[in-house]
Design a protein around this ligand. Structure first.
Ligand code: ZN
Ligand code: MN
Length: 490
């Protein structure tokens, strides 16, 4: 929450590692870990005279990522050298893109909500974000530090990661709250995973985000100094860092203290941001076109082909689930959180003919069993068609809701079909009208006083008779038929 009269201006940068098997400009495999510097060649070591060759797969996955984020893939883009010195960058420059990026002019609609004190969403609303660009570039290596600070500290360079392909996704400064930024990053993460462009796993470092945060008085048009938040290891840390920064800067401005343009880190232990370094300006990098690579040209046909091969995107699917299957926003969102879950649901919902009840059973009963056994939905012992068969049996009135839940657990544990479990448990209902009529007659005969009272106007007694018939049938009588026949007989 920001102080009255102030607003926060937040822009996001995300580096997503594209899920290729080999690096962007050489044939070295993309691996995590491994013996330091074992996974290198003259190109990614930056040896003099070694020439980069663009990996075609980077263009495929880059196009998927761009389209999934509402960006336009540019027919011509240009690789550029971004010059800076750092030990993990042996060439002295990073091959990136500058004024002609791979994709640009994106608009992306996300769902976002502020959160209450318990972290619960208050109200989900759509919000459209301008994504300025996603350019392609190579990752740098890693500096590894060993030893205690100030005591025999050693630093090493591991270049296994050097040359790994990245898409850098840059938004306009469109966010006004930390939760909007949080919901945006989650949206990007799931969209990239959905189309197979990136594993987008923040813990493994194959999705890294940075937030540019400044504040200003409402009504001001110019921007004040911003801080760039880096090394954010999770989306939640990022959200907390932004929240802290908003409060810190607002307070400093109000006290008349300076707010410097600088890079800051999130200190989770002390729940605050700390200065990492003062910000160098973009022109310090002396970008110029990479002389060793041709401009990248991508045909309209190629882009249309990629578009055709893309799966339906999660937010489109969520909206369709809400309109076609009458799912709530929360249920539909949960259903599209994973591609396998969404596919499982759609198969089961169509086969059962009852999408709402299918959703309830899938998201609560089946999901619980899956969680407890550590299984993914793709490995569910209960197939989508079998869940549908169970829901159909439930709908027919042959078993009740609690029995259906019990049957599902047994199906999960034994791998048996719904029909087998139902008959083994003896859950089949008595749906023979003659049999039910016989029981109804017996019950009425045994309770003549109540029957007379009911006929005299005490309608509450109907429930008593239903109970008696169910009891006499050991709970197996079909409740619909019991109601119907009781009404006739009484
Ligand atoms: Zn290499
Ligand atoms: Mn970058």
């Amino acid at each position: 929450m920001i102080k009255e009269g102030w607003e926060a201006i937040i822009g996001m940068e995300i580096h997503a590692q594209l899920a290729t098997e080999t690096k962007i400009f050489c044939g070295c495999a993309v691996i995590t870990g491994g013996e330091p510097n074992s996974n290198t060649c003259p190109v990614c070591l930056g040896l003099p005279g070694a020439l980069p060759v663009l990996n075609r797969r980077v263009v495929d996955l880059g196009a998927r990522a761009a389209l999934a984020l509402g960006l336009e893939v540019q027919e011509t883009s240009i690789f550029a050298r971004k010059n800076y010195f750092y030990p993990d960058l042996p060439k002295g420059y990073q091959i990136s893109q500058y004024d002609r990026p791979f994709s640009a002019n994106g608009t992306l609609t996300i769902m976002t909500s502020e959160r209450d004190d318990q972290g619960r969403a208050v109200e989900w609303r759509p919000m459209t974000i301008r994504i300025e660009r996603m350019h392609l570039e190579e990752d740098a290596g890693k500096n590894v530090h060993e030893g205690l600070p100030d005591v025999d500290k050693y630093s090493y360079v591991d270049l296994n990661r050097a040359g790994t392909p990245l898409g850098e996704i840059v938004t306009a400064p469109d966010f006004r709250t930390s939760w909007q930024a949080y919901d945006y990053v989650n949206h990007v993460r799931s969209a990239l995973r959905w189309v197979g462009a990136s594993d987008a796993d923040m813990e493994k470092g194959n999705l890294r985000c940075e937030a540019n945060v400044s504040v200003r008085k409402i009504g001001e048009t110019a921007f004040r100094n911003k801080s760039e938040l880096k090394n954010l290891n999770s989306v939640r840390f990022m959200q907390k860092a932004i929240e802290f920064e908003i409060a810190r800067q607002t307070e400093a401005h109000e006290k008349g203290e300076p707010v410097n343009q600088e890079t800051r880190l999130w200190d989770e232990k002390n729940q605050c941001t700390r200065v990492m370094r003062s910000k160098e300006d973009a022109h310090d990098y002396r970008y110029f076109p990479e002389p060793d690579l041709q401009p990248l040209t991508v045909s309209r046909d190629f882009i249309e082909n990629v578009r055709k091969q893309m799966p339906e995107l999660p937010d489109v699917m969520r909206d369709r689930f809400m309109s076609d299957y009458s799912l709530s926003f929360a249920d539909a969102t949960q259903m599209v959180s994973e591609q396998d879950l969404a596919a499982f649901y759609e198969t089961a919902a169509k086969a059962s003919g009852n999408p709402r009840v299918t959703a309830n059973f899938l998201l609560t009963e089946l999901q619980r069993e899956l969680n407890n056994s550590g299984k993914a939905v793709a490995d569910s012992p209960v197939a989508a068609q079998e869940l549908a068969a169970l829901i159909k049996t439930l709908d027919s009135g042959a078993i009740n809701n609690n029995q259906a839940k019990e049957v599902l657990v047994e199906m999960f544990n034994s791998g048996k079909t719904a029909a087998t479990v139902i008959s083994e448990k003896g859950f089949e209902q008595v749906s023979d009208p003659a049999e039910i009529e016989r029981i109804v007659n017996e019950v009425i005969a045994a309770n003549e006083d109540q029957a007379a009272a009911f006929r005299g106007g005490n309608e509450k007694l109907f429930g008593f008779f239903v109970g008696q018939v169910m009891k006499a049938s050991n709970g197996k009588a079909n409740p619909k038929l019991v109601n119907q026949i009781l009404k006739e007989r009484l």
